[in-house]
Write a protein that binds this ligand. Structure first.
Ligand SMILES: Cc1cc2nc3c(=O)[nH]c(=O)nc-3n(C[C@H](O)[C@H](O)[C@H](O)COP(=O)(O)OP(=O)(O)OC[C@H]3O[C@@H](n4cnc5c(N)ncnc54)[C@H](O)[C@@H]3O)c2cc1C
Length: 343
């Protein structure tokens, strides 16, 4: 018998938003989050997150975790999930790296993605401060400074006009392997954007600040901000599960957030590579949770608060002993509460 209705793997914005919705749907839930720092940990703040704009990633996670805790339906565990076995009929079994095992009727993957950075010395020390991946997230604080755009993927060429919105002082450093169509090169130059062909070797500047980008051939480009798009890959767990991926490497989900494996859902960054951000990840987590509630209620015999036998699993843990005591009846069967009259 599964101990939990839902196990969520990944305690970032998508997983936490899902856990909040599942808690408010009175679904017994467990959320596992790796003890390693999350991807956006390097960032000093979360920009464009309504209600908590500019809060630190840690503060956002803690605030939502506290709110989830108020309901008492979700256990939050700091552990990395190493494997998932089973199915939606018999239930899933999840094993942590430490060897513990947990059961759940449904699984939600919110594991995010793993960044693979270009081999440029000094990137990681500056990641999230002077080396950024999205002007929508960090651009405002760095507006009007000298920016470099590191083009190691052709898609970046398309965004020249957009980056110009945050700074008119732009240099595009294009890796020699990238073929730039003549018309695109002309269009970019006509915007007054400088074009340099070369491969970056290292970044210079004190602490997390950037002052210069040094190219392999020794050229030095004076810049205060460098925008890069690291390649993103799936984490080990998703690779092991062998789920169907889209051509660009993100997990393929349907409109109800179901992966190709029945009973396993996915939401957040691991499912799309477009404008990844906190709000979208939360929206997806929230939607996936709602679909899982539908699935559980229709197909997997979710234990609701009306189910007298299992009521102890569905009430806040600090009341578990009281209400699971012999003789406990849910409110609507209790004569102390007036019942609506039926014809
Ligand atoms: C440097 C940086 C700055 C950013 N700045 C902003 C910003 O200012 N504003 C904004 O809106 N967005 C910002 N973003 C984007 C935003 O952080 C992401 O879109 C959002 O965090 C995605 O949420 P998620 O829940 O899908 O994944 P994540 O936040 O990546 O969370 C996934 C979690 O799953 C855990 N995990 C992975 N595998 C396992 C496993 N096997 N077992 C247990 N746990 C596991 C990870 O440790 C992680 O905690 C930024 C991103 C980066 C990288």
């Amino acid at each position: 018998m599964a101990e939990y209705e839902v196990a969520i793997i990944g305690g970032g914005p998508a997983g936490l938003a899902a856990a909040l919705t599942l808690s408010r749907s009175m679904m017994r839930t467990i959320i596992f989050d790796s003890p390693l720092p999350p991807r956006n940990d390097a960032s000093p703040h979360i920009g464009a997150y309504p209600g908590m704009d500019m809060a630190t990633p840690k503060a956002v996670r803690e605030t939502i975790s506290d709110q989830i805790g108020n309901y008492g339906y979700t256990d939050i565990k700091s552990a990395e999930i190493a494997s998932i076995s089973g199915d939606d009929k018999e239930g899933f079994r999840l094993a942590t790296q430490g060897g513990s095992s947990f059961g759940a009727k449904r699984v939600l993957l919110t594991t995010g993605m793993v960044d693979v950075f270009p081999m440029i010395a000094g990137i990681k020390d500056r990641w999230g401060t002077s080396v950024i991946n999205s002007p929508f997230c960090q651009g405002y604080e760095l507006r009007n400074r000298p920016w470099g755009i590191y083009v190691n993927r052709p898609e970046l060429l398309a965004a020249a006009e957009v980056y110009r919105n945050w700074s008119r002082d732009l240099v595009m450093i294009v890796e020699p392997s990238i073929k730039v169509p003549e018309d695109r090169a002309k269009a970019i130059k006509s915007l007054g954007i400088e074009f340099v062909t070369g491969t970056a070797e290292s970044l210079q500047g004190s602490g997390s600040a950037l002052s210069e980008i040094v190219l392999r051939d020794g050229r030095r480009i004076s810049r205060e901000v460098l925008l890069i798009w690291p390649r993103q890959i799936q984490g080990e767990l998703v690779k092991k599960l062998g789920l169907e991926l889209c051509d660009d490497g993100y997990v393929n989900i349907d409109a109800s957030y179901r992966t190709g494996r029945s009973g396993i859902y996915a939401a957040g960054d691991l499912t799309y590579g477009g404008h990844q951000n906190t709000n979208t990840a939360m929206h997806m987590g929230n939607m996936a949770a709602a679909w899982m509630v539908f699935d559980l209620c229709h197909n997997a015999g979710a234990q609701t608060a009306d189910d007298q036998d299992n009521v102890a699993r569905l009430i806040p843990s600090d009341l578990a002993e009281t209400v699971s005591a012999p003789g406990y009846r849910p409110a609507e069967q209790d004569e102390r509460y007036p019942q609506p009259k039926t014809a």
